[in-house]
Design a protein around this ligand. Structure first.
Ligand SMILES: Nc1ncnc2c1ncn2[C@@H]1O[C@H](COP(=O)(O)OP(=O)(O)OP(=O)(O)O)[C@@H](O)[C@H]1O
Ligand SMILES: [Mg+2]
Length: 114
Protein backbone atom coordinates (compact mmCIF):
# COMPACT_ATOMS: atom_id res chain seq x y z
CA UNK A 1 0.00 0.00 0.00
CA UNK A 2 1.10 3.60 -0.34
CA UNK A 3 0.35 7.11 0.76
CA UNK A 4 0.86 9.97 -1.64
CA UNK A 5 1.26 13.51 -0.30
CA UNK A 6 -1.29 13.00 2.48
CA UNK A 7 -2.13 15.98 4.68
CA UNK A 8 -4.66 16.25 7.49
CA UNK A 9 -5.57 19.27 9.61
CA UNK A 10 -7.87 19.68 12.58
CA UNK A 11 -8.77 23.36 12.35
CA UNK A 12 -5.52 25.31 12.37
CA UNK A 13 -3.52 22.28 13.57
CA UNK A 14 -1.80 20.49 10.68
CA UNK A 15 -1.18 17.02 12.09
CA UNK A 16 -0.18 15.15 8.92
CA UNK A 17 1.97 17.21 6.56
CA UNK A 18 2.56 15.91 3.04
CA UNK A 19 3.28 12.29 4.05
CA UNK A 20 4.28 9.80 1.34
CA UNK A 21 5.55 6.24 1.64
CA UNK A 22 5.27 2.87 -0.05
CA UNK A 23 4.92 -0.43 1.72
CA UNK A 24 5.50 -3.67 -0.16
CA UNK A 25 3.47 -6.81 0.55
CA UNK A 26 4.94 -8.55 3.61
CA UNK A 27 7.02 -5.53 4.58
CA UNK A 28 6.79 -4.17 8.13
CA UNK A 29 7.07 -0.47 8.92
CA UNK A 30 7.12 1.03 12.41
CA UNK A 31 5.76 4.49 13.15
CA UNK A 32 7.19 6.14 16.25
CA UNK A 33 6.71 9.55 17.80
CA UNK A 34 5.82 11.27 21.06
CA UNK A 35 2.26 11.71 22.36
CA UNK A 36 0.29 13.84 19.94
CA UNK A 37 2.76 13.36 17.07
CA UNK A 38 0.00 12.08 14.80
CA UNK A 39 0.46 8.29 14.82
CA UNK A 40 -3.20 7.45 15.42
CA UNK A 41 -4.25 10.09 12.90
CA UNK A 42 -2.06 8.37 10.31
CA UNK A 43 -3.64 4.97 11.05
CA UNK A 44 -7.08 6.55 10.88
CA UNK A 45 -6.24 7.99 7.47
CA UNK A 46 -5.01 4.61 6.22
CA UNK A 47 -7.98 2.66 7.57
CA UNK A 48 -10.57 5.26 6.49
CA UNK A 49 -11.72 6.51 9.90
CA UNK A 50 -10.50 9.92 8.72
CA UNK A 51 -10.28 11.43 5.24
CA UNK A 52 -7.25 13.50 4.24
CA UNK A 53 -7.57 17.14 3.26
CA UNK A 54 -5.08 16.44 0.50
CA UNK A 55 -3.39 13.39 -0.98
CA UNK A 56 -4.30 9.76 -1.63
CA UNK A 57 -4.26 6.35 0.00
CA UNK A 58 -3.63 3.50 -2.42
CA UNK A 59 -3.92 -0.26 -2.01
CA UNK A 60 -2.24 -2.34 -4.73
CA UNK A 61 -2.19 0.81 -6.85
CA UNK A 62 -5.94 1.39 -6.44
CA UNK A 63 -7.08 4.68 -4.96
CA UNK A 64 -9.12 3.87 -1.82
CA UNK A 65 -9.09 7.42 -0.40
CA UNK A 66 -12.85 7.77 -0.69
CA UNK A 67 -13.75 4.23 0.37
CA UNK A 68 -15.32 3.47 3.74
CA UNK A 69 -13.56 1.60 6.54
CA UNK A 70 -15.71 -1.43 5.71
CA UNK A 71 -14.74 -1.41 2.03
CA UNK A 72 -11.05 -1.01 2.90
CA UNK A 73 -11.25 -3.82 5.44
CA UNK A 74 -12.81 -6.14 2.88
CA UNK A 75 -9.92 -5.25 0.55
CA UNK A 76 -7.40 -6.29 3.21
CA UNK A 77 -6.61 -3.17 5.23
CA UNK A 78 -6.87 -4.32 8.84
CA UNK A 79 -6.06 -2.42 11.98
CA UNK A 80 -6.15 -2.68 15.74
CA UNK A 81 -7.14 -0.02 18.26
CA UNK A 82 -5.53 1.15 21.48
CA UNK A 83 -8.70 0.06 23.29
CA UNK A 84 -9.80 -3.34 21.92
CA UNK A 85 -13.50 -3.79 21.23
CA UNK A 86 -14.13 -7.49 20.61
CA UNK A 87 -17.65 -8.88 20.19
CA UNK A 88 -18.39 -9.68 23.85
CA UNK A 89 -20.94 -12.37 23.05
CA UNK A 90 -18.46 -14.33 20.90
CA UNK A 91 -15.50 -16.47 21.93
CA UNK A 92 -11.91 -15.44 21.10
CA UNK A 93 -11.94 -18.05 18.33
CA UNK A 94 -15.19 -16.68 16.90
CA UNK A 95 -13.85 -13.12 17.05
CA UNK A 96 -10.82 -14.21 15.04
CA UNK A 97 -13.06 -16.05 12.61
CA UNK A 98 -15.02 -12.83 11.93
CA UNK A 99 -11.77 -11.01 11.12
CA UNK A 100 -10.45 -13.88 8.99
CA UNK A 101 -13.64 -14.11 6.94
CA UNK A 102 -14.33 -10.41 6.54
CA UNK A 103 -10.87 -8.97 5.92
CA UNK A 104 -8.57 -11.94 5.79
CA UNK A 105 -9.49 -13.47 2.46
CA UNK A 106 -10.74 -16.71 4.05
CA UNK A 107 -13.83 -18.23 2.48
CA UNK A 108 -16.80 -19.55 4.42
CA UNK A 109 -15.84 -23.12 3.54
CA UNK A 110 -12.26 -22.71 4.74
CA UNK A 111 -13.10 -20.81 7.92
CA UNK A 112 -14.25 -23.77 10.09
CA UNK A 113 -10.92 -25.52 9.41
CA UNK A 114 -8.93 -22.71 10.99
N1 LIG B 1 -10.57 14.38 15.94
C1 LIG B 1 -9.67 15.30 16.32
N2 LIG B 1 -10.02 16.60 16.43
C2 LIG B 1 -9.12 17.53 16.78
N3 LIG B 1 -7.83 17.29 17.05
C3 LIG B 1 -7.43 16.01 16.98
C4 LIG B 1 -8.31 14.95 16.60
N4 LIG B 1 -7.62 13.78 16.58
C5 LIG B 1 -6.37 14.10 16.96
N5 LIG B 1 -6.25 15.43 17.19
C6 LIG B 1 -5.02 16.13 17.55
O1 LIG B 1 -4.03 15.78 16.59
C7 LIG B 1 -2.77 15.60 17.20
C8 LIG B 1 -2.25 14.21 16.90
O2 LIG B 1 -3.05 13.27 17.62
P1 LIG B 1 -2.84 11.71 17.49
O3 LIG B 1 -3.92 11.10 18.31
O4 LIG B 1 -2.79 11.32 16.05
O5 LIG B 1 -1.41 11.51 18.14
P2 LIG B 1 -0.67 10.16 18.56
O6 LIG B 1 0.70 10.25 17.97
O7 LIG B 1 -1.48 8.98 18.22
O8 LIG B 1 -0.57 10.33 20.16
P3 LIG B 1 -0.55 9.21 21.32
O9 LIG B 1 0.87 8.71 21.40
O10 LIG B 1 -0.94 9.97 22.55
O11 LIG B 1 -1.52 8.13 20.98
C9 LIG B 1 -2.95 15.91 18.70
O12 LIG B 1 -2.62 17.26 18.90
C10 LIG B 1 -4.45 15.68 18.88
O13 LIG B 1 -4.96 16.48 19.95
MG1 LIG C 1 -2.34 7.42 19.33
Amino acid sequence: MSLKNVSKSFGALKVTDDVSFELASGEALGIIGPNGAGKSTLFNLIAGNLRPNEGSVLLDGRDVTHESTMQRCASGIGRSFQIPQPFGNLSVYENLLVAARFGGDVSGQDAPAL
